[in-house]
Design a protein around this ligand. Structure first.
Ligand code: ATP
Length: 281
């Protein structure tokens, strides 16, 4: 086994279990279920874990209820989370009660309330509201280095020292900008570019077109980690599913860069891992 595979062994196993549970939920009864709700700019992800914190069901939907990490369509977000929750309840033949959610770095004071209200408005008891980096690191379990979360609307950068976050930032460049560049280059609509971009068989063709945006993300990362002595970068977020993105980031930052086999679900699974039975909000 290579070092790269070894690094993400546990993380890849749990993500793989989640992907399979989305297709075929594990209906074996659990004493309690823990839910993670990830309200993203591009995608809403719900993760259900059993009493042993193993993925048993999940769902994700592309939606436009959050922009750059902020809830912009409150009613739409509540409805969507409620619908997804009910679908999962039906599949598992249970009631989902407890949920945890997360907010992007630095938006606590402006958006923490909105995220909380969406989760509660969808009929769930909120047991935790954590920052996305802490959530991602519940799955990655890094002690030193930086997690770079390239989502739909933003890129989050969190520097870890001895397992603790020592610096966080969130910058408004993400997958949406990748799609805009691709749409312009290919003369297609934004929606068409989004779908085209997500197909792995197109990645080799589109990487050269997207290289300048990836380099822009790299320069954002370089600016933020300056002075923090970061020796490794770990990529998460849907945009990092792009084949070869890690090589460009590694080359432009000069820092060894790694990603799990499916970086899109690290944060949502980590959110669910932080769900408890203690209602604190
Ligand atoms: P944010 O964190 O900015 O609020 P989000 O949580 O919605 O956004 P993610 O769910 O992590 O972000 O990622 C969504 C982005 O990932 C979208 O831009 C989507 O097009 C992109 N994406 C998803 N799958 C792939 C793929 N296979 N290849 C390339 N890009 C992908």
């Amino acid at each position: 086994m290579s070092k790269q595979e070894d690094r993400f062994k546990e993380c890849d196993i749990v993500i793989d279990k989640f992907v399979r549970a989305c297709e075929k939920p594990v209906t074996h009864k659990s004493k309690v279920y823990y839910l993670g709700v990830d309200l993203g700019t591009a995608c809403i992800v719900l993760v259900v874990l059993n009493e042993n914190f193993q993925p048993v069901a999940g769902a994700y939907k592309y939606a436009d209820v959050v922009r750059d990490g902020m809830v912009v369509d409150y009613i739409g977000a509540v409805q969507l989370v409620r619908d997804m929750k009910e679908e999962l309840e039906e599949k598992l033949n249970t009631e989902l009660i407890y949920a945890a959610a997360a907010i992007p770095p630095g938006t606590e004071t402006v958006d923490g309330g909105a995220v909380r209200n969406v989760v509660q408005g969808a009929g769930l008891e909120l047991t935790g509201l954590l920052d996305e980096s802490t959530a991602a690191n519940s799955v990655l379990k890094i002690r030193n280095g930086a997690i770079v979360d390239i989502g739909g609307g933003t890129t989050g950068i969190s520097v870890f020292r001895d397992g603790r976050v020592v610096y966080i930032a969130d910058e408004p460049t993400g997958g949406t900008h990748f799609s805009l560049v691709l749409a312009g280059a290919k003369g297609i609509s934004f929606e068409e570019a989004e779908t085209y971009k997500r197909n792995p068989s197109h990645h080799k063709e589109i990487l050269p077109v997207l290289k300048p945006v990836i380099e822009k993300v790299s320069s954002i990362v370089t600016q933020h980690i300056e002075g923090h002595d970061v020796e490794e970068l770990y990529l998460v977020g849907g945009t990092c599913c792009l084949t070869g993105i890690e090589e460009i980031i590694q080359k432009t930052t000069g820092i060894p860069t790694y990603k799990p086999s499916n970086p899109m679900f690290a944060t949502p699974i980590g959110i669910a891992m932080n769900c408890t039975q203690e209602i604190i909000y």
